[in-house]
Every structure is written in structure tokens, then in C-alpha cells.
Design a protein. Structure first.
Length: 353
């Protein structure tokens, strides 16, 4: 018997969530599969999402993996090239690339042309992470339009606050002011903008988190958005003990009982990807019933409150997140976001479909 922890990926949920994206946006969909498809497995997720019009990711080797596996859609590298060598691979495998810096233009110039490239020119409209300021982008568009190694250009930007009340207004205005004078395809929307800001849809939307069944918003649950969890992380209770009032549980004695109680130990810890900062009280399911974690999460184990779950014992099934317990709730309790929790799933956890 192997250790009972397992992540199950629900392929039909991925497919269904893509359909939700289609219902919201008429534009073409670039499914974001970076970070091993947010922890779900690159090839597995891409196969379930094969109705997407393209895939966006970071690592050129992953893009080549998708090409070699037979994916014919647009593949886009979100951080673009990291060296001149990448340029030849982009051409060879027909992979599109973000271009966000003068450094990447120098790579383009240095590339001994073997094919022409599709580039997504990234505009910095206020996130101040990657991209050209609209003022400098004008010259870059002219330069790229005349460049012998460039086949076509798409304009893109990324929103900092599409999930927040501040919204997208300022960045959207800056983008439009630039895009209005260029007749080029456009891409702006992440999941939050796709769901809440239809005016931003442009030619390509770029949903990530919603495809995996998690909400980009604090004020709307995945369920309310019609999304289903794609990953369910399960394990089992491997030990049960009764403790007396005043006893402590786990490292640092972060939980101290106020009465006699039953405590279960779950085979799941931070080395499996469970957030170590999840405090006492983080929701968890035992035999499908909601209870809470107790004390600090260890490397390989965590403890749960079994008071009131008289049927629960060694071998009881535990859901860390997924079906029946939104990963958003666990992330929020741990002071983080579902993105981090999902993509932190450790490679030692076996994944099944
Ligand atoms: C990660 C990413 C996305 C997807 O964002 P979600 O919030 O997961 O929908 C879209 N565009 C870019 C440039 C990204 O880096």
C-alpha cells in the first residue's frame, strides 16, 4: 500500500469550465497552462482543454512538448524569449511569443532567420511589471512591422486589478488610446476580466484560474460563477487519539484543547503542498463532513478535530480541497490564494484522473 494521499483531476470539470469561459466571451480562448497547468499536469490539462483556441505558458520546452504531442493550436510564451537560441525554436515549432523588452528586440535582431515569428507586443498600462510604455511602443510597432523576422503582431496588456473594485478603467483607457491607432489584434483579459469586464475581451481572452474551477474574486464563489473544481486532494486519517483538556497538538503547541477531545492525524503535510500557514480552524472534510485543522501543519502530517464525528477513525477519507470544499476557502484561511495552493501541489503526490 502506498501512502494514501492522492490528487484526482476531473477532466470533465476542466472541459465544463472552458465552456463557461465560452459562454462569457465570444473571443478566441487562450487557455493559460503555465506552472504545470496550475498544478493539474500540463498534458493532462491541455488534453481536457483541447477545444481551446490556444495555450499560454512560460517554458519553451513545455510548448515544444505540446507541439510534439500533436497540439496544433496557437502556443504563446508569456514571458517571451530568454535568449537568441529560443528564437530559432519559436520559428521551428511555430510558437508565438510575447515581446516585452528592448533586450528581446536585440535577440530578434541577432537571430539568424529561419522563419518568421508571431509576436505579442506587451504594453505596460499600469501593472509596471513587463512591457513597453505606450509612448515607446509606437516606435517598437514600426520597427517590428518592418522587421524581416516578424510575421504578425498582436497587442496585449495585463490587468493588475481586474478582480478588485478599482477594476480596469485606467489601464483599459491607456491600452485603447494606443490600440486605436493600430489595426492589430488585441488581448487583455485574464479570468477576472473575462468574467466581469466584457468590453475588454478583444480578439483573445486568457483565462487561467477559472478553468481550474476556482474564483478570481473574493466576493463571488466558484460555484456562483458556474465553475467546478478540477482538482480534489484526498488522503486518510492514519492515527486517532483522545486528548485531555489543556493538552497541546503539534509543533509549537499552537493548539491547546479546552476539553477532552478526539484528534485525527491526516497523511498530508506541507511537503505535499498543503499550505503550512493554514492555522487552526482551516476547513477540511472527514468522511465528507466539515471539520477543522488543529495546530501547525507538519511536513508530512496535519491534525484534525474529530469531535462530533464519532464514525470517523483510522482509514476515514479526508478531503483537503476540491469537491465539497472549495480550494478558495482553504487558501483564504491560510492567507493566500488558490493559485498558490494549486500550483504548489508536490510532485510526490500521485495524480489520477
Ligand atoms: C497568468 C496569466 C493569465 C491568467 O490569469 P488568471 O487570473 O489565472 O486568469 C493571463 N495573462 C497573463 C499574462 C498571465 O500571466
Amino acid at each position: 500500500m502506498s501512502r494514501p494521499i492522492q490528487a484526482r483531476i476531473d477532466l470533465s470539470a476542466l472541459e465544463g469550465n472552458l465552456n463557461v469561459a465560452r459562454r462569457y466571451a465570444k473571443s478566441r480562448i487562450l487557455a493559460v497552462v503555465k506552472a504545470n497547468a496550475y498544478g493539474h499536469g500540463l498534458l493532462r490539462a491541455a488534453s481536457a482543454l483541447q477545444a481551446a483556441d490556444g495555450f499560454a505558458l512560460l517554458d519553451i520546452r513545455d510548448a515544444i512538448t505540446l507541439r510534439e504531442a500533436g497540439f496544433r493550436q496557437m502556443l504563446l510564451l508569456l514571458e517571451g524569449a530568454f535568449g537568441v537560441d529560443d528564437m530559432s525554436l519559436l520559428a521551428e515549432y511555430e510558437i508565438s511569443s510575447v515581446l516585452h523588452s528592448h533586450n528581446q528586440i536585440r535577440m530578434l535582431d541577432a537571430y539568424p532567420r529561419r522563419g518568421r515569428l508571431s509576436l505579442w507586443l506587451k504594453l505596460n498600462t499600469g501593472m509596471n511589471r513587463l512591457g513597453f510604455a505606450p509612448e515607446e511602443a509606437r516606435a517598437v510597432v514600426s520597427q517590428l512591422s518592418a522587421h524581416p523576422s516578424v510575421r504578425d503582431i498582436t497587442l496585449m496588456t495585463h490587468f493588475a486589478n481586474a478582480d478588485m473594485p478599482e477594476g480596469i478603467a485606467t489601464q483599459f483607457e491607456r491600452f485603447n488610446a494606443f490600440a486605436a491607432s493600430h489595426n492589430l489584434p488585441r488581448s487583455l483579459a485574464n479570468s477576472a476580466a473575462l468574467l466581469r469586464h466584457p468590453t475588454t475581451h478583444g480578439d483573445w481572452v486568457r483565462p487561467g484560474i477559472m478553468l481550474y474551477g476556482s474564483s478570481p474574486f473574493e466576493d463571488a464563489s466558484a460555484k456562483e460563477l458556474g465553475l467546478r473544481p478540477a482538482m480534489t486532494l484526498k488522503s486518510e486519517i492514519i492515527s486517532v487519539r483522545e486528548i485531555q483538556s489543556g493538552e497541546q497538538v503539534g509543533y509549537g503547541g499552537m493548539f491547546r484543547s479546552e476539553s477532552k477531545m478526539r484528534v485525527g492525524v491526516v497523511a498530508c503535510g506541507y511537503a505535499d503542498g498543503y499550505p503550512r500557514h493554514a492555522p487552526t480552524g482551516t476547513p477540511i472534510l472527514v468522511d465528507g463532513q466539515r471539520t477543522k485543522t488543529l495546530g501547525r501543519v507538519s511536513m508530512d502530517m496535519l491534525s484534525v478535530d474529530l469531535s462530533g464525528l464519532s464514525g470517523a477513525g483510522v482509514g476515514s477519507s479526508v478531503t483537503l480541497w476540491g469537491e465539497g470544499l472549495p480550494v478558495d476557502e482553504v487558501a483564504q484561511a491560510a492567507g493566500t490564494i488558490s493559485y498558490e495552493v494549486l500550483c504548489a501541489l508536490a510532485s510526490r503526490v500521485s495524480v489520477v484522473e
